[in-house]
Design a protein around this ligand. Structure first.
Ligand SMILES: [Fe+2]
Length: 211
């Protein structure tokens, strides 16, 4: 059973996550998005439970998801994983590239990479033992914007309906921002109630998402 800590960081209600296999005591951080005291706070959360951070994995490279990566790498010696289509935007040369379907073994933590483009071309979700870390692809009661310079609403529709909704209802959703009525959800709840997951057609989705 893995340990998950959800840590809200920065001024845009971002969620970072600290994951570990308790046997190994080695931590993986998803999206340390904000630098300075937020990096120190995340490291302290890890230290408090006896965990050393050794890996950073990134859902996409918008600034509020990458702002603390360089600093955390320097302070912990962690390595950094990002999808190939986001690598240049990360601005970090020392990186390992991810692809759809990759299975990472991060010191006892098995992480499956699911490429979910749309909000950003190299956007990915991480699936870990029945938990899905969705970045800005899916929020509780919402989904990511598709009107940004590198966004594609058709791809976002496909990622949501063909990839995320293909997962079992009991899959727990851990989003990249605290935008919903509660900090986590499940695929089953979102399938029934999320206005972006209850569209009858792609045209309805495009109307709702793009206005
Ligand atoms: Fe984003």
């Amino acid at each position: 059973m893995i340990l998950v800590r959800q840590i809200q960081v920065g001024s845009m209600a971002n969620f970072s996550y600290l994951l570990t296999n308790p046997t190994e005591k080695i931590g993986t951080v998803i999206d340390p998005g904000w630098a300075g005291e937020e990096v120190d706070r995340t490291i302290k959360v890890a230290e408090k439970v006896g965990i050393s951070i050794k890996h950073i994995i990134n859902t996409h490279t918008h600034y509020d998801h990458i702002g603390g990566i360089n600093e955390m790498m320097k302070k912990t010696g962690a390595d950094f994983y990002v999808h190939g289509e986001e690598a240049t935007q990360s601005g970090i040369k020392d990186r390992k590239l991810l692809n759809d379907g990759d299975r990472l073994d991060l010191d006892g933590l098995t992480v499956q990479v699911i490429h979910t483009p749309g909000h950003s071309p190299g956007g990915i979700c991480f699936y870990v033992e029945g938990k899905l870390f969705t970045g800005d692809t899916l929020f509780v009661g919402g989904c990511g914007r598709a009107d940004l310079p590198r966004s594609d609403p058709h791809q976002l529709y496909s990622s949501l309906y063909n990839k995320i909704l293909s997962l079992p209802d009991e899959t727990v959703i851990y989003p990249g921002h605290n935008y919903g009525e509660r900090p986590t959800s499940t695929v089953g709840i979102e399938r029934k109630s999320n206005p972006y997951l209850t569209c009858d057609s792609i045209n309805e989705f495009l109307r709702r998402r793009m206005g």
